[in-house]
Design a protein around this ligand. Structure first.
Ligand code: FAD
Length: 359
């Protein structure tokens, strides 16, 4: 069998979108993925929210570019997988605890933000009528990331230039003519180029020249029956509600729990409190399910992408932290030149692996 152009370790949203982009450009790709409890891409809440938080201008610009790329990405996926992935761009509501807090949020928000006083908020979402006010980020939204991952699985299976292996990468091995990933069972997956994209586990892959500062940060979520609101809504003290079908996803905790992907009584209690803070009757809404996922958190919270400076055949796409669903499809397109032997595009400079490999 001929040697693939690219071997990808990890089959989450980052690995799959990168493999699809590379295959579309004619590269032969092997994905080596061992499904693990706690993998982030199916566990996530699916917010497409570059307007939230206090990002630097370059990072915010990348998030906005990623959000704007989403409709074209979902159209391509529909063409390849024949699966419509539910998504919305109805805007995200960011609640404030007082009218002064609305002013403070507004002062530091992106220019697209709209200020909603209590009356305007109640008109938009009657279930939020008791809140003092909010911002509306009108271009943000959400995607159903579970359906999205199902569609990516189908698109990958239909792409003849991609081979997908269910196997556990145990180490990176630079010896020999070509570098490779070695599996626990001893199989060596050699390729012209290799990509580390195994999410929260990327920080502990033996053999890579530069160990990456990526750690798991657990997030617990629950889904409650009923859909009292239409908009994704962020609570003033943290946490959010995401409409999904006839239910609301409540997220999320943020915990240092190693690689433990369990939910806990404490976590579920905290989620219930978030839901009730946003809409009091949700204190008693039936819970349909609960789960947890492991965010692949880089030490500075930003993705880590690009080729290893000492070993250009090895690249990284990991540490997507809290925004991997938003960023991965766009970043896969930007990363393609690197996977074809070129340099990192300027738009990816804030995320370059070089910020951690400089001695
Ligand atoms: C609770 C929670 C809520 C989130 N909400 C959002 C949100 O609203 N919006 C947003 O944009 N992002 C969100 N995120 C972040 C987003 O989910 C992640 O950034 C993104 O999914 C990371 O994708 P990934 O492909 O790097 O990792 P993963 O999806 O974890 O995939 C890694 C893959 O590699 C496999 N693997 C691991 N080790 C090995 C190995 N040694 N050998 C072979 N395979 C291996 C795993 O099994 C898995 O299949 C959330 C995350 C969590 C946990």
């Amino acid at each position: 069998m001929s040697v693939p152009d690219l071997v990808v370790a990890g089959g989450g949203i980052v690995g799959l979108t990168t493999a699809l982009v590379a295959a579309r450009r004619g590269l032969r790709v092997t994905i080596v993925d061992q499904p693990r409890a706690g993998a982030a891409s199916r566990a996530a809440a699916g917010l497409l929210a570059p307007s939230l938080g206090d990002a630097s201008p370059e990072v915010r610009a990348a998030g906005i570019a990623a959000r704007e790329y989403y409709p074209a990405f979902l159209d391509q996926l529909l063409a390849r997988a024949e699966i419509t992935v539910p998504s919305d761009r109805d805007g995200i509501i960011e609640l404030a605890s007082s009218s002064q807090a609305v002013d403070a949020l507004f002062a530091s928000a992106p220019p697209t933000a709209e200020r909603l006083d209590a009356r305007a908020l109640a008109a938009l979402e009657p279930a939020l009528a008791h809140h003092a006010g909010a911002l509306l980020h009108p271009l943000d939204g959400a995607v159903d990331n579970v359906t999205l991952m199902n569609a990516l699985d189908v698109a990958v299976a239909r792409q003849s230039r991609i081979a997908r292996m269910t196997d556990e990468v145990a180490s990176f091995d630079a010896r020999g003519n070509l570098p490779g990933f070695r599996s626990r069972g001893g199989t060596r997956y050699a390729g012209q180029r290799l990509l580390v994209a195994n999410g929260a586990w990327a920080g502990s892959l033996p053999g890579i020249p530069h160990p990456l500062p990526v750690r798991p940060v657990r997030g617990q979520l629950m889904r409650l029956e009923g859909r009292a609101i239409r908009h994704v809504t962020y609570a003033a003290g943290g946490g959010y509600l995401v409409p999904r079908g006839n239910s609301l996803v409540v997220g999320a905790t943020s915990e240092e729990a190693g690689l433990d992907p369990s939910t806990t009584p404490r976590g579920l209690k905290d989620l219930r409190a978030i839901a009730a803070r946003i809409i009091p009757v949700l204190a008693h809404a039936p819970m349909l399910e609960h789960w947890a996922g492991l965010r692949p958190m880089a030490s500075d919270g930003l993705p880590i992408v690009g080729a290893d400076p000492e070993l250009p055949a090895l690249s990284y796409a990991c540490g997507f932290s809290r925004n991997g669903i938003l960023l991965a499809p766009w970043m896969a397109e930007q990363l393609l030149p690197v996977l074809m032997g070129g340099s990192l595009p300027d738009v990816l400079a804030p995320f370059s692996v070089a910020r951690f490999t400089r001695s």
